[in-house]
Design a protein around this ligand. Structure first.
Ligand code: GDP
Length: 428
C-alpha cells in the first residue's frame, strides 16, 4: 500500500523525521508540491541534514526520489542541495528524477516576491521570498517555463521567446534597471546541461514502477492550513499541500495514494502572518519556542507557538481523509504542570466546533480549552507507548479522541530512534 505523508497543521510538524523513519518501507519517495521554501531537518545518528527540495528519502541508499510536476524548481537551489549531498558522500546517481512538467523558478520571480510582500505592508503573508509564489502565478497564468522546455536549444525557439517576453514583463514591473533576457537564457541553458540526466516523465515512471509492485511514499511540504484552497487564505502557500495535491502534483490517480498519514505536533506552531487561535504570547509561548527549538529550518525565523488545536487537526482529518496521525515533539511538553487542549472556538455568542472558512472570523475566535495535568518524568527517547508517563498517555488519547484520528506514531525526540510506532495502521 502506498502512503501519503503530509502536515496536519501549519507546516514544520516534523514531517522530515517521519518520512525518513518510514522510508525503508518504500522504494520511492515522491514530492508533490512547494519549492525550496520547505525545510526538512533530519538527524541520522546525530548528524544533521537539512533538505529543501529533494525528498529526505535520498539519505537512504537504494531509494529513488521524485520531484513531481506540482513542485516549482529553482535550478540553482537544486544544484546547491546536490552539491551538499555530494559533499556528505550521498550519491544520487540513478536515484533522483525531476518531472519535465515542473515549473522553473527564474531570477525575476524572487524579485517579484520581495516586491509583492513589501506592497502588502502590514498584511504581509510572511513568504520566504524565494520566488515560489510568483512562479506558481506564472504557471496558472499559462506563461510559465517548465523544466522540459529547457531542452529547446534553438536560438529563436519557444524557450528563447518565452524568456524574452517574461523578462520584458519583469522589466516593466521592477523599476531598478533592466534585466537582460539573453543572460537569463544563457543561465537556463547552462542549468539544462546539469538537469538533463535527471529529467523525465515522472508520472509515467511512477505508473510503471507501481505496476511492477514498487511502493511509493508521497511527501507533502508545508501543511494543511497553508493549502492554497483549504488553508487560512490568503495566509497560505501557493500550492495544494493537502492529499489531493499528491494526485495532481505527480500525475497519479487518487486511488493509488493508499493511506494518508497526517503529521501534527503535540502543540501548534505557525510561521508568518495570519490567524492562530491558540497562539501563546509571552512566557508560555517563549518556553515552547525555546524547548522545541522553533526556528525555521529554511529561514531561521522564530515560529509562533501555542497549545494543540484539535479543531484544526479535525479539519485536517476531514480535508485529507487522514487514516492516522503521527504526533511529534511530545518531549517538548515534558515538565509542564498543566496543558491546555483547544476543543472548540468561541466566536461572539457562538461556539464553533468546525473550522470557519473566513479568515476574519477565525481571527476573531477565542479558543475553548480543556485543561489536562502534565508530567514530570521525561518522555524524551521513549520508544514504547506503555512506558510513557500515564498523564502523557492520557494526553495522547484525549488528543486522538478530539481529532477523531488515532496516532500510529508518537515521536519523542529528533532522532530516528526516538519514536513510538503503534497500531497496525501502517503495517499492511
Ligand atoms: P518539517 O518541515 O515538517 O520536517 O519540520 P522541520 O524539520 O522544520 O521541524 C521539525 C524539527 O523538529 C526538526 O528540527 C526535527 O529534528 C525536530 N523534531 C522532529 N520530531 C521531534 C521530536 O519528537 N522531538 C523533538 N524534540 N524534536 C523533533
Amino acid at each position: 500500500m502506498n502512503l501519503c505523508v503530509l502536515g496536519a497543521q501549519w507546516g514544520d510538524e516534523g514531517k522530515g523525521k517521519i518520512v525518513d523513519l518510514l522510508t525503508p518501507r518504500f522504494s520511492i519517495v515522491a514530492r508533490y508540491q512547494g519549492g525550496h521554501n520547505a525545510g526538512h531537518t533530519v538527524y541520522v545518528k546525530g548528524r544533521k541534514f537539512v533538505l529543501h527540495l529533494i525528498p529526505s528519502g535520498i539519505l537512504h541508499p537504494g531509494i529513488c526520489c521524485v520531484i513531481g510536476n506540482g513542485v516549482v524548481v529553482d535550478p540553482s537551489a537544486l544544484f546547491a542541495e546536490l552539491d551538499e549531498l555530494a559533499g556528505m558522500g550521498v550519491s544520487i546517481d540513478g536515484r533522483l528524477f525531476v518531472s519535465d512538467k515542473a515549473h522553473v523558478i527564474l531570477p525575476y520571480h524572487r524579485e517579484l516576491d520581495i516586491l509583492a510582500e513589501a506592497r502588502r505592508g502590514e498584511q504581509k503573508i510572511g513568504t520566504t521570498s524565494r520566488g515560489i509564489g510568483p512562479a506558481y502565478e506564472d504557471k496558472i497564468a499559462r506563461r510559465g517555463i517548465r523544466i522540459g522546455d529547457l531542452a529547446d536549444e534553438s536560438p529563436d525557439g519557444a524557450l528563447a521567446i518565452a524568456v524574452r517576453e517574461n523578462v520584458a514583463a519583469r522589466n516593466r514591473v521592477v523599476g531598478n534597471g533592466d534585466m537582460k533576457w539573453p543572460d537569463v537564457l544563457a543561465s537556463l541553458r547552462q542549468a539544462w546541461t546539469r538537469l538533463k540526466p535527471l529529467v523525465r516523465d515522472t508520472s509515467l515512471y511512477l505508473h510503471r514502477e507501481m505496476a511492477g509492485g514498487k511502493r511509493v511514499m508521497f511527501e507533502g511540504a508545508q501543511g494543511t492550513l497553508l493549502d492554497i484552497d483549504h488553508g487560512t487564505y490568503p495566509y497560505v502557500t501557493s500550492s495544494n499541500s493537502t492529499a489531493g495535491g499528491a494526485a495532481t502534483g505527480l500525475g497519479v490517480g487518487p486511488s493509488s495514494i493508499g493511506k494518508v498519514l497526517g503529521v501534527a505536533k503535540a502543540y501548534t506552531t505557525r510561521v508568518g502572518g495570519g490567524p492562530f487561535p491558540t497562539e501563546l504570547l509571552g512566557e508560555a509561548g517563549e518556553r515552547l519556542r525555546e524547548t522545541g527549538q522553533e526556528y525555521g529550518a529554511s529561514t531561521g525565523r522564530p515560529r509562533r507557538c501555542g497549545w494543540f488545536d484539535a479543531v484544526i487537526v479535525r479539519y485536517a482529518a476531514r480535508v485529507n481523509g487522514l487514516d492516522a496521525l503521527a504526533i511529534t515533539k511530545l518531549d517538548v511538553l515534558d515538565d509542564l504542570e498543566t496543558l491546555e487542549l483547544c476543543t472548540a472556538y468561541r466566536c461572539g455568542s457562538e461556539t464553533l466546533t468546525e473550522m470557519p472558512s473566513d479568515v476574519a472570523q477565525l481571527s476573531a475566535c477565542q479558543p475553548v480549552y480543556e485543561t489536562m495535568p502534565g508530567w514530570t518524568e521525561p518522555t524524551r527517547g521513549v520508544t514504547d507507548f506503555a512506558k510513557l508517563p500515564t498523564n502523557a498517555q492520557n494526553y495522547i488519547k484525549r488528543l486522538e479522541e478530539l481529532s477523531g484520528v488515532k496516532a500510529a506514531i508518537v515521536s519523542t525526540g529528533s532522532d530516528r530512534e526516538h519514536t513510538i510506532v503503534r497500531g497496525e495502521l501502517l503495517n499492511n
